[in-house]
Ligand binder design. Structure first.
Ligand code: NAD
Length: 359
């Protein structure tokens, strides 16, 4: 039976890499029943809403979407579609595999880590109080008067909530990922030595969850030490689970270690839906030029196949992408030795090469 999936091309270079990904996914032989829906700046300009209800309804019905990147205007205009999707579908786990494929320029060729980032709590919960506002003065008064914790004048405050519920489900997601994907170890990253009641809670819960999975190795690392270690000895790390802020930073660190944004895939897994998309943005300056690298969204497609238990197709597609990168012949400009290499191919020809490789 065909898999029903919402297909969101996005904007900027999104539609080009999304089309490339659709063609490769279909060439695996797996059947998809795509529901094509819009999101992004183009639909915002036409309809005044960057994320129409029909798009949300489609994801709600199918529980699955693959999405090209979408532009978030700075300063004005609509709010981030990704934030809206995360809230709507409670996408609490952001999974970012960072694997160095042979042929990619990297100083860290042994890297094969997966970051499992909590996506709903921590300093990104959006509980913020602006310097000088009535709210912040009230809060500062409470902190100083009731709790004996004074703050300096002209202070802005962001609150860092970390709950047992949020920590438990993200650490369970990390162990679940290890088991579903034949990995070996979970490392919990934190700063529990300083933030005892937020990161400390995260660590305490992580240790407790680990006892439910004795067959999987478990360890923890203080986040600054972890950053030092993953660039010194990347081969020692496998699946890393973190609260929101550290996960955001370590995900980009990992993407840089394996060749950059053009090759970094992602999956956002929630209670009522899962959305697969590249780590990078809409790269609008290359829009319509058939230029950017589709690898990140292609590998997000591989994650979708694994999520659907289409393991054979996922392996075939990943191997084909890896082979095209390894050969280095039919790759986009960013994977060539110099950025103005005259033999770089376009987005669409990269996809053709992957399809050819799967035959
Ligand atoms: P970006 O990732 O779009 O691009 C930054 C630079 O990285 C590009 O100019 C390009 O040189 C390179 N790059 C990115 N993707 C590439 C690819 N596939 N192949 C080759 N090179 C690639 O980041 P930005 O310019 O900061 O953001 C542009 C827009 O995208 C913003 O509006 C931002 O909010 C949005 N954004 C969306 C998402 C998402 O939809 N998930 C994620 C991040 C940023």
């Amino acid at each position: 039976m065909a898999h029903a999936v919402t297909f969101i091309p996005g904007d900027g270079t999104g539609p080009e890499i999304a089309e490339a990904t659709r063609r490769v996914l279909e060439a695996t032989g797996v059947e998809f029943d795509w529901d094509f829906q819009n999101a992004g700046i183009d639909v915002y300009e036409n309809e005044g809403n960057p994320l129409p209800d029909r798009t949300l309804d489609s994801i709600r019905e199918r529980g699955l979407a693959i999405k090209g990147p979408t532009t978030t205007p700075v300063g004005s205009g609509h709010r981030s579609i990704n934030v809206a999707l995360r809230q709507e579908f409670d996408l609490y786990a952001c999974i970012r595999p960072c694997k160095a494929y042979e042929g990619v320029r990297t100083r860290f060729p042994e890297t094969n880590i997966v970051i499992v980032r909590e996506n709903t709590e921590d300093l990104y919960a959006g509980i913020e109080f602006e310097r000088g506002s009535e709210e912040v003065e009230k809060l500062r008064g409470f902190l100083a008067g009731e709790l004996g914790s004074p703050t300096r004048d002209e202070t802005g405050i962001s609150i860092k909530p970390i709950s047992v519920f949020g920590s438990e489900r993200i650490v369970e997601a990390a162990f679940g990922y290890v088991k579903a994907n034949g990995r070996r170890k979970v490392t919990a990253a934190h700063k529990a030595n300083i933030m005892k009641f937020s990161d400390g809670l995260f660590l305490e819960v992580a240790r407790r969850v680990a006892t439910r999975h004795p067959e999987v190795e478990f360890e923890d690392r203080i986040i600054d030490n972890l950053c030092n270690q993953i660039v010194s000895r990347p081969e020692e790390y496998d699946v890393i689970v973190t609260p929101n802020l550290y996960g955001d930073i370590v995900s980009d660190l990992g993407a840089g270690m394996v060749g950059g944004l053009g090759v970094a895939p992602g999956a956002n897994i929630g209670t009522t839906g899962a959305i697969f998309e590249a780590t990078h943005g809409s790269a609008p300056k290359y829009k319509g030029q058939n230029k950017v690298n589709p690898t990140a969204l292609l590998l997000s497609g591989v994650l979708l196949l694994r999520h659907l238990n289409e393991t054979g197709a996922a392996d075939r597609m990943e191997r084909a992408v890896a082979e095209v990168i390894r050969t280095g012949d039919k790759v986009t400009y960013d994977l060539k030795p110099t950025r103005d290499d005259p033999y770089a191919v376009g987005t669409s020809q990269f996809a053709d090469a992957v399809i050819e490789e799967m035959r």
